[in-house]
Design a protein around this ligand. Structure first.
Ligand SMILES: *Cc1c(COP(=O)(O)O)cnc(C)c1O
Ligand code: SF4
Length: 338
């Protein structure tokens, strides 16, 4: 049985609200094997699943080729036995985020920008996620719990941009999101509000009219940074959702992670940039993988990354080439490699 052969799943993937899609998401290896027609890889794979469970929404799964264990979209969410091997320099807090936590739920590493860890929930569990070991339970859960952090931001003129991250901030329902944004938007010194989200890709239905209104009505410049690693993620339904975001007046950027077996070729990176442009999204960052334990098998050498980006630059317009960056502990900005 494959998802394409299974009419119920296919019809479901294109229907329902985004919350239905969160409910209908595949949440275990067995379900994933069933819908995609894949084989059980045995013991270590189950151990990997036990460490970080599967979460895979149907709309995204329809873009995967059934039966292909090397599919670049599948690899991003398919638990692998290799996750259980962790070389020494791969750790549970690779970026020193516990030191950068300045207030409950707030990280500040860089001048002028603060990042709010709004939720631990995501619409996919990316196997390479650098926050897979993040202590989300310490983040605020309600507006009342957010208030001390928001009061600090309101009192700090040196901050001009608030980044809503997580997890994925778009897992928060529109009426709660709207209250949080309104509270930030009323702070005169905040000029930009930025979302870091994979939801418009995983579940395009998430781009609701209420969310578009939040984007269109804010005083601040709104920036939506999506996260796509491969051109196949951006099908027509995603293109339409992104087009609505662009029409709201928000700026659309993409960050990708350089991942072995997903996008570590010139062809793949070039297709990704071109597809992003056709969806009105500018490639912003290409991240060197953060050394988070469990993700070592996704690592691409910096040397190879530099070569790829150099080649990419020779065949695309300058604005279509993302900055290749690495996050190093204690630096005042992300380190640009190329
Ligand atoms: C990446 C990151 C930012 C954003 O950095 P930009 O270079 O502005 O995109 C802000 N805060 C933290 C903690 C980050 O990790
Ligand atoms: S969507 Fe982002 S935060 Fe969530 S699992 Fe994927 S990389 Fe991690």
């Amino acid at each position: 049985m494959t998802i394409l052969a299974n009419k119920t799943d296919l019809v479901r993937a294109g229907s329902g609200t985004w919350q239905d899609q969160m409910k209908w998401a595949i949440r275990d290896l067995r379900g994933l094997r069933d819908v995609l027609g894949l084989a059980d890889e045995g013991g270590l794979q189950h151990a990997a699943e036990a460490e970080f469970p599967v979460f895979a929404p149907l709309p995204y799964l329809t873009r995967i080729t059934p039966g292909d264990s090397q599919d670049p979209l599948l690899r991003q969410l398919w638990p692998s036995g290799s996750e259980m091997e962790s070389p020494g320099h791969f750790s549970t807090d690779p970026l020193g985020e516990s030191d950068a936590t300045k207030s409950s739920g707030m990280l500040q590493k860089y001048q002028g920008r603060v990042l709010l860890v709004t939720t631990g929930a995501c619409a996919i569990h990316c196997r390479y996620c650098f926050r897979r070991h993040f202590p989300y339970e310490q983040s605020p859960k309600s507006m009342a719990q957010w208030e001390p952090t928001l009061t600090k931001i309101a009192a700090d003129d040196s901050i001009d941009e608030v980044i809503l991250s997580g997890g994925d901030p778009l897992t928060i329902v529109d009426h709660s999101l709207s209250r949080l944004i309104a509270r930030i938007d009323e702070m005169a010194h905040i000029k930009r509000i930025r979302f870091h989200t994979r939801l418009p890709i995983m579940i395009p239905q998430r781009v609701t009219d209420a969310f578009l209104e939040i984007l269109a009505n804010a005083r601040c410049q709104m920036i939506v940074v999506i996260h796509a690693n491969h051109a196949n993620e951006l099908d027509l339904s995603v293109e339409q959702a992104l087009s609505k975001i662009a029409n709201s007046g928000a700026m659309l950027l993409n960050q990708a992670v350089l991942l072995r077996g997903v996008n570590d070729s010139l062809e793949s990176l070039k297709n990704l940039s071109q597809r992003l442009l056709s969806c009105r999204v500018l490639p912003y960052y290409l991240h060197q993988l953060d050394p988070v334990s469990g993700a070592a098998h996704f690592e691409v050498d910096v040397k190879q990354g530099l070569q790829l980006v150099t080649e990419l630059r020779s065949c695309l317009p300058g604005y279509a080439v993302p900055r290749y960056v690495q996050e190093l502990r204690g630096e005042p900005n992300k380190t640009v490699l190329a």
